[in-house]
Write a protein that binds this ligand. Structure first.
Ligand code: 6PG
Length: 250
């Protein structure tokens, strides 16, 4: 069921996660085709968390492996832990997507969490992004697609309510303090990068997020990090299940 909420914000509510994930795979394929037709590559940044795991698996199983060649994968955020830690977003993506597509992706760019501090990891990741996108000073990368999740407290990426990182205007990547669970430091893309994306998909499920989602959907000016996601020139899709939407749909 589609609900149009503003020209650049599209809300779709699904009865099951399975339907939601099928829909997300279709949007993904459409954006991938358009991006490759336009410039020969498809650039994406993926989130961690549990909600997108079935989507990643579906994507890995349904998309022809040959089609991953021109796809360049980055991370929206990462926990400052080793890539083999159970808290690592890289590990989640590896187990639920990269192994399925047999590393045939054109390029996987993990956050370098082997650095000595989260700050150094953030600086290095920023350099990786600047070099890949050939960015001059004060420019931000333009991803074709960024996939986001939302926490119960309204955080997205590793941008938490009330955090200074929400005010970042200069950097592409920042290190954040220990805030949400798991209680570890994190590295995150900043809002200027997220908002420069051509397309953003939020995947949000579960009744425990209903109150927060209602605020973000009905009051885009509310003070929650997820409502600061407003692509400058892009489209934002909220793909949500009936439980998460229970407070604003019948
Ligand atoms: C992370 C994320 C984070 C996540 C939300 C929602 O690394 O934790 O990227 O922003 O998307 O916390 O997580 P769930 O999908 O597990 O609820």
């Amino acid at each position: 069921m589609a609900h149009k909420i503003a020209t650049d914000r599209k809300l779709f509510v699904f009865d099951t996660m399975d339907e939601m994930d099928d829909f997300a795979v279709n949007i993904w394929n459409k954006i991938r085709e358009e991006s490759i037709a336009e410039k020969g590559i498809f650039t994406i940044a993926l989130s961690g968390g549990q909600t997108p795991v079935p989507f990643y698996r579906k994507l890995g199983e349904s998309v022809n492996p040959g089609l991953w060649n021109k796809t360049y994968i980055f991370f929206v955020d990462e926990r400052f832990v080793s890539h083999s830690s159970k808290y690592s977003n890289y590990k989640t993506l590896k187990e639920n997507l990269f192994l399925i597509i047999k590393k045939s992706a054109g390029g996987i760019n993990p956050v370098p969490t082997g650095e000595t501090t989260p700050q150094k990891a953030a600086e290095k990741y920023e350099k990786i992004l600047k070099s890949f996108f050939r960015l001059s000073d004060k420019k931000f990368p333009e991803f074709d697609l960024i996939l986001l999740g939302m926490g119960k407290d309204g955080h997205t990426a590793s941008l938490f309510p009330g955090s200074n990182s929400l005010k970042e205007k200069k950097h592409l990547v920042i290190a954040t303090r220990k805030k949400g669970m798991p209680f570890v430091e994190r590295i995150s893309l900043t809002l200027p990068v997220i908002n420069n994306s051509k397309n953003i998909i939020f995947l949000v499920t579960g009744e425990e997020k209903a109150k927060t989602l209602k605020k973000v959907i009905e009051n885009p000016k509310c003070n929650l990090p997820s409502s600061f996601v407003k692509p400058v020139n892009g489209i934002i899709y909220f793909l949500v299940d009936r439980q998460a939407a229970s407070l604003f749909i019948e």
